[in-house]
Design a binder for this molecule. Sequence first.
Ligand SMILES: C[S@@+](CC[C@H](N)C(=O)[O-])C[C@H]1O[C@@H](n2cnc3c(N)ncnc32)[C@H](O)[C@@H]1O
Length: 278
Amino acid sequence: MEVRPRLSLPLTAEGYAAANEAFRRCWSADREEVLSFLRAHPPSAGAEGLNVLGIGVGDGSFDLRLIETLRTLRGEVPLSYVAVEPNEAQLDGFRSRVSGEAKGGTHFTFLPLRAEDYVPDRRFDLIHYIHSLYHMPGGEERLVRMSLEQLRPGGRLLIALSSERGGIYQLMQRFWNDIDYSFFTRGLFGQESLRELFERHGIAYRYELYPQVSIDVSACFEPDSALGRHLLDFLLQADLQRAPESLRQRVLEALAELSRHVHGRRLLPHPSGVFMAG
Ligand SMILES: C[S@@+](CC[C@H](N)C(=O)[O-])C[C@H]1O[C@@H](n2cnc3c(N)ncnc32)[C@H](O)[C@@H]1O
């Protein structure tokens, strides 16, 4: 039997930033839910000021909302925010958002690093991985344990993750033998793996699941849509614009099968959830 080599299609930093932006535009998201979960279980430490560590912050748009939420909970205490993000194109986006908006008493430290290479030099009241723990293959366990050890008393570890039954995972799994994902992951880490990790280590946690979250993939079926092209790259976590046309067509067929028509749109189910430990 002929074994075809898997295609190496890694996205550039700019390509990933564009793909992530397209995803954010089309994802029904869990943002409000994650913020209200944080409001319900805020860090209890930090009377003199809050230390926050964000891992895999992307362009920082959600981090600014997290900061706003912490401010409504804790008032104008000094806030120190360390942002760890290896994609410099995205980190630049975060930097320019911050300089474009009133910093409001927050001191930012931007670190263009992978989580695996970051060595904390202080303790934190809140450490979060908002939809980023997918990208640290083999490092998840060490990072979760290290994060718990780095919390100040009363501090919280907040993790948002999609379900491994979600649309992106299902698509990636279908094309696992066509696309080489070894540069990015060895397996798929989502909610189910996180719960298994917490339980294996006897780590107490709370969580909420949001089964209704979905991605509007309609644009992927519009041949001239730049949004659709970037979104497809995100769904497969690969530069499909460099893939042979036959592979793109098979991906679209799989996407049509996995998504459903709702009020004239095509929605790909992508259940989400949030976890808190500490
Ligand atoms: C799906 S995005 C989420 C971004 C942001 N937290 C949000 O919710 O909008 C995942 C982020 O993890 C980052 N990432 C990838 N590998 C990483 C690593 N090894 N360490 C830290 N972050 C990583 C990506 O560059 C990307 O910005």
